[in-house]
Design a protein around this ligand. Structure first.
Ligand code: IMP
Ligand code: MG
Length: 176
């Protein structure tokens, strides 16, 4: 994609309201339990930071880093773990927080990895669920937004490491 333009999809205020709502919903689900968030880097960092502050319960947090794109807009299907967890998972109530579940290939690999560490429970929260594009079945328990195709940037998400700082969601479109 040489020249590209940004088309607004979800504005900042809509994201803020939806993250507040999700925080309440997740807080009710995990009331009385120790919630352990696993944030998927890099794309999930802004969403996880805002979601964590919208929770009425006090979670712990750890980070894992996956990569499947390498500067393109199509998932390669080859998932690399670039940085692994630092905290114990066994027996914890784990919530994975990621930016997008698209084909589901990355989340499948991550769920298998974390499940093998024997958490007490394991659920998925994503800023965007592109469920129409799944290549493997993945259930997202908490999705802020259901969106169709189109390559999204902003609010932590990038194209070739650009646009993560934008405070709303945009579709990256080739310009004529
Ligand atoms: P999947 O393996 O195809 O489900 O996608 C894996 C990861 O690719 C997501 O967690 C995102 O980090 C990234 N990704 C997928 N779609 C987009 C997009 O539209 N914009 C930016 N990153 C994306
Ligand atoms: Mg991601």
């Amino acid at each position: 994609m040489k020249e590209s333009k940004l088309k607004p999809v979800v504005d900042r205020e809509t994201i803020r309201r939806r993250v507040e709502e999700l925080g309440q919903e997740i807080g009710e689900r995990y009331q009385g339990k120790c919630l352990h968030i696993i944030c998927v880097l890099k794309g999930g960092f802004i969403f996880a930071a805002d979601l964590m502050r919208a929770l009425p319960v006090s979670p712990t947090i750890d980070f894992i880093r996956l990569a499947s794109y390498g500067g393109t807009t199509e998932s390669s299907g080859n998932i690399d773990f670039l940085a692994d967890l630092s905290d114990e998972v066994c027996g914890k109530h784990v919530l994975i927080v990621d930016d997008i579940v698209d084909t589901g290939l990355s989340m499948r690999a991550l769920l298998d990895h974390i499940a093998s560490l024997e958490p007490a429970t394991l659920e998925v929260c994503a800023l965007v669920d592109k469920s129409e594009r799944r290549r493997v079945p993945i259930h997202v328990e908490y999705a802020a937004f259901q969106l169709p195709g189109g390559f999204l940037v902003g609010y932590g998400m990038d194209y070739a490491e650009q646009y993560r700082n934008l405070d709303a969601l945009y579709v990256l479109e080739p310009s004529e």
